[in-house]
Design a protein around this ligand. Sequence first.
Ligand code: SMG
Ligand code: MG
Length: 368
Amino acid sequence: MKIDAVELIRVTMPLVAPFRTSFATETERDVLLVRVETADATGWAECVAMDGPLYSAEYLDGAQQVIEDHLLPRLFAAGSVTGATVGPLLDPVRGHRMAKAAVETAILDAELRAAGMPLSQYLGATAADVVSGVSVGIQDSIPELLDAVAGYLDEGYARIKLKIEPGWDVAPVAAVRERFGDDILLQVDANSAYHRADARHLARLDAFDLLLLEQPLPEEDVAGHAVLAQVVRTPICLDESIVSAQAAYEAIRTGACSIVNIKPGRVGGYLEARRIHDVCTAAGIPVWAGGMLETGIGRAANLALAGLPGFTLPSDISASSRYYHQDLTEPITTAAGRTTIPVGPGIGIDPLPEVLAELATSRRVIRP
Ligand code: SMG
Ligand code: MG
C-alpha cells in the first residue's frame, strides 16, 4: 500500500467535568488525530499522548514532532507499507510508543477499510460487545464521590474504578463499599503515586475485596510491585509499567502483577497489544482494556481489541458522554453496562466532518 498523504489534526475537546488523578487535573483533552490517505481508502487513528509528560514520558507536541521528523520519513522511504510492516520499519526509533501506535493504527485502518475487514475480525475478537466500567476521578469530598458513583451506577456501568493517591485511598474506598455494598465490582488506580515503604498502608485496602490495585508504584519499579505483592493480598495490576510484550512477560515471570491493563497506545499499537494479550493468556493472567479519555476514534479501535477472549475483566471503555457532550464521531453508547464493538471495516467509525471543522485547532498535511 502506498501512502499518498498523512494529515495531522489537533483538536481541543472540553470535558464534561474536570478529571483529577494523582498526577493532574484535566479540564480538556488535547487530541492528535492521524489521517492516512491511500488510493483505496482513508485511515484514522488517535494518539493517546496527553498534553504534558505526567502519565508517562510522552506528550502530545513531542509525539507530533516525532511523527513528522522521524516516523513518517521512514515510512515514506519504504515506498510501500502495511499495518504489519510499520512496527519493523519504525523499530530503530527508540520508545515513542504512543506516536508509533497512532501512525500504525491509521495505516492498518486504511488497509482494513480497503479490504472490507473490521479491525475486530483482523485481531481475532470473538465477542460482539464489551463490559464497560467507568473510571472516577479524585473528588473534593467523600459526599461528592458518592454522588458521582451513584450517577454512574444508575447509568448501568458494570464496574467502578476509583482514582487514588496518598490521602485519598482507604477512606473513599471504605465509604463507597459502605454506601453501595459488597456486590459492586470495585477497583482502584494510583497512577504510580506510592512507594515501596507504603506497603503496609496499601495492605489496608485488602479489607474491601477490590478486583485489583492498579499501578501503585513508579513505572520503572517493576521489582517493587513484586515485593508489594508479598504484603498486599489485593491482586496487583500493572498499567504504566507494561510498555511491551517483553515487559509483560518479565512482570509476570517475576511476580510483579497478576492482572494486566492493556492500552494499545501505551505499547506501540494494536499488534503489540495483541501480543501482550497472547503472553498473558498463555500465562493465565487476565487482561482488560484501559482508556486514555479517547474520542470515538480511539474508543472504537479499543473496543475491537477488547473483544479478544483474554479480556475477562471489565474495561475502562465508557460511553462518549462520560467525557464529552460532543464527541468527534457518532457517540459511543453503553447500555446495561455493555458497549457494542463496531462492525464496519477498519475501526468502523469516522469523525463527523462538521464537528472536526469546528473543533480543530491545526491541520497539517504531509506528503512523501
Ligand atoms: O478513558 O476512561 C478513560 C480513562 C481511564 O483512568 C483512566 N485512565 O491510568 O488508567 C489510567 C488513566 C490514564 C489517563 S488519566 C488522565
Ligand atoms: Mg491506570
